[in-house]
Design a protein around this ligand. Structure first.
Ligand SMILES: [Zn+2]
Length: 412
């Protein structure tokens, strides 16, 4: 941080924007932006509102990138880019957030109208207020504060507000990356769409996801005559036990992750026979594997097939494996990447906390950047109420995160 006074000024300015930030949250919340595939109309209205807002607040070179989508009433999904120009344009610090929200779910679980945000004890409640408006609003006001103080940062600031994050990003950031050369290797890309309560998690890596459904086929018979059938449930149980060897076969540890190992867990179980005195001829269970990025998912699948084959031979059953979800991990962002170091400095200054680079077990939208070769980092301070009834954002988090972004903007 070159200039502490400067940052103090910005911090005070952001504090003064507190009520305006809550107001913007409420206005955004009132425009439900649910994906067509989730029964909504998409994000066009919300994007139009934001474009007007960006224009009125000094952002320049505002672009609307329309990803075609015949299921959306307007025929497209909107991706909005805007800049606040710095002293030179060799590098851009990007904050990317998303407009779309998930459906409210069971309305009786909400204490109010999910699309009419309300404030209670320092929190804003409503669908989308945390995911992802908290940091969308924070990023906009971080820039607004610079402008209000007449500060021109060294580098450009880019605001990317994209669609379709909740349903796969193909009409969102994925479309932007494939069709427009907007981002550059040297840019800092922050995706405030994952984090923890203390603001100490900078997400840089993820495990691969492999969900499998196993159907074990034996032969049904009377419970008193097991030798006349083949007990699929018993074979599947031996199979589950054998699958536990995956922990020994893939033992790597990586301190970035919590837990630091690959995990292979049997999870869902479908009912087999309804009565006690029948030997089940068919058994179905599922496994959720989270695999460290140094292992190839195909290798794990091959090992699983080998284990299945040995159970098939031993019990004379057939085992069908069906992929329910397979998402190979993106190449991790280095824990020493400039974006990580910048966030660590900013979190230290604003929240007085030591943030660290971490990996998580599921995917985030930052993976789309990483696959395209951009070292993006996910960071945010949040209570993780996304997708739940009575989703809320701590107003202190929204204001604090705005300061973190401003701090990053002001770093050299
Ligand atoms: Zn999100």
């Amino acid at each position: 941080m070159a200039n502490l006074d400067l940052f103090d000024r910005i911090s005070r300015r952001i504090e003064k924007f507190r009520d305006d930030m809550v107001d913007l949250q409420m206005r955004l919340c009132a425009i439900p932006a649910i994906a067509p595939s989730s029964g909504g109309e998409g994000e066009a209205k919300k994007a139009d509102f934001l474009i007007d807002y960006l224009k009125a607040n000094g952002f320049v070179d505002i672009a609307l990138i329309k990803a075609p989508d015949l299921d959306a009433p307007d025929g497209y999904r909107p991706n909005v880019l805007a800049y606040y120009r710095g002293q030179n344009s060799t590098r851009t610090v990007w904050i990317m957030t998303h407009t779309d929200v998930v459906p409210p779910g069971e309305l009786s679980l909400w204490r109010g109208n999910p699309f009419k945000a309300w404030v209670e004890k320092g929190r804003v409640y409503g669908r989308g207020v945390e995911d992802n408006q908290q940091d969308m609003v924070a990023s906009l006001f971080a820039v607004k504060a610079l402008k209000a103080e007449g500060i021109v940062p060294n580098c450009d600031i880019g605001i990317a507000i994209v669609a379709d994050e909740e349903t796969g990003s193909r009409k969102g950031i994925d479309y932007v990356l494939q069709n427009h050369k907007v981002f550059r290797r040297q840019d800092l890309i922050i995706v405030p769409d994952a984090g923890n309560e203390t603001g100490t998690m900078i997400e840089v890596a993820e495990k691969s996801i492999l969900w499998l459904k196993f159907k074990t086929l034996g032969k049904q018979s009377h419970g008193s005559m097991p030798e006349k059938g083949i007990n699929s449930f018993k074979a599947a149980s031996f199979f589950i036990t054998a699958l536990n060897d995956l922990y020994k076969i893939y033992p790597s540890r990586d301190k970035l992750f919590d837990p630091p190992v690959s995990t292979f867990e049997p999870t869902k179980k479908e009912p087999n026979v309804p009565n006690v005195n029948t030997i089940p001829g068919e058994d179905v269970f599922y496994m959720d594997s989270r695999i460290l990025p140094d292992y190839k998912v195909q290798d794990v699948e091959k090992t699983i097939r080998t284990i299945a084959a040995s159970i098939e031979r031993r019990f004379k059953v057939k085992i069908h494996a069906e992929v329910q979800q397979k998402a190979p991990a993106a190449p991790p962002t280095s824990a020493q990447a400039p974006v990580v170091l910048a966030l660590r400095r900013a979190v230290k200054a604003v929240y007085a906390k030591q943030a660290r680079a971490m990996g998580i077990g599921g995917g985030t939208v930052a993976a789309v950047f990483r696959r395209a070769g951009f070292p993006a980092a996910c960071w945010s301070k949040l209570d993780e109420t996304a997708h739940q009834p009575n989703e809320y954002s701590l107003i202190d988090n929204m204001v604090g995160d705005a300061k973190v972004f401003a701090h990053v903007f002001l770093q050299d």
